[in-house]
Design a protein around this ligand. Structure first.
Ligand code: B1M
Length: 207
């Protein structure tokens, strides 16, 4: 019998093939897919998120664990969708217009997936209309990433466009030049300094 803890530990070690095999085995043994997600994969990613936040591990380890998470999710996702398990929420995330940096944005997206969110990755150089469209398509959380002082101003434009269209989505902003003060100034619902806190803040905004 596969233990859910074994899935969590293999994920933390970044062993993608092992995670995939253990998830397959657990499903073959008729373990509840929701338990595999929550007590196996998400539990493992939670540990990784905590260690990253405490600077005990760094970006490469997070990316390796996230790759293992993806391997497990590739087996689990179709089954979860078919069994109607509801994800925690829907996040649409992108790097703002004019900005091509995507490493941090990808990390935030991975952490959200790891936490059980449905994630729509809008990519880089994303115009305000695309975020508005994503909100109309059901994203309750909109994530804006910017790495340049020249592009962070786009955040205000996106937030104004969302407001103009009557969007009820919560907007979370982040990226190296962005601060809590700036987030307040542009009217964002939340700010996060790193990928792990981005998930915590996203969860609290949806409560
Ligand atoms: Co660029 N770049 N870059 N660059 N680049 C910086 C950002 C810069 C600080 C370098 C420097 O001068 N010291 C500087 C910006 C200066 C400024 O405006 N303050 C800079 C510049 C100037 C430029 C160009 C203009 C250079 C040029 O062409 N003259 C150009 C711009 C291109 C464009 O975007 N239009 C450019 C290009 C590039 C590359 C393409 C070469 C490459 C990007 C590759 C890619 O992303 N695919 C690149 C890189 C790699 C960097 C540095 C070296 C690293 C950025 C990075 O990935 N960090 C960067 C210098 C540095 O930061 N040391 C630099 C790792 C990443 C995990 O961190 O993205 O901060 P970060 O994400 C963190 C948090 O910020 C937060 O969580 C993440 C994880 O904890 N976070 C969020 C991020 N998004 C979030 C969203 C959230 C919440 C949290 O909610 C939604």
């Amino acid at each position: 019998m596969v233990s859910l803890n074994a899935i969590s530990e293999a994920l933390q070690k970044g062993k993608a093939d092992e995670v995939k095999n253990l998830v397959t085995q657990a499903l073959d043994e008729k373990v509840d897919p929701k338990k595999v997600l929550e007590e196996g994969l998400i539990a493992g990613m939670d540990v990784i998120g905590g260690r990253f936040k405490r600077n005990e591990i760094y970006i490469p380890e997070v990316l390796i664990a996230a790759r293992a998470m993806h391997a497990g999710m590739s087996v689990l996702e179709p089954i979860l969708v078919a069994s109607g398990v509801k994800m925690i929420g829907k996040l649409a995330i992108g790097t703002v217009k004019g900005d091509l940096h995507d490493i941090g944005k990808n990390l935030v997206a991975m952490m959200y997936k790891g936490a059980g969110f449905e994630v729509v990755d809008l990519g880089v150089d994303v115009a305000a209309e695309k975020y508005v469209q994503a909100s109309s398509d059901g994203a309750e959380l909109i994530g804006l990433s910017a790495l340049l002082t020249t592009t962070m101003v786009q955040m205000k434009a996106v937030i104004e466009s969302l407001k103009e269209k009557g969007s009820k989505a919560k907007v979370i902003v982040g990226g190296a030049p962005v601060t809590q003060n700036y987030a307040d100034e542009v009217g964002a619902s939340g700010y996060a300094a790193d990928a792990a806190s981005a998930v915590e803040i996203g969860k609290s905004l949806l409560k």
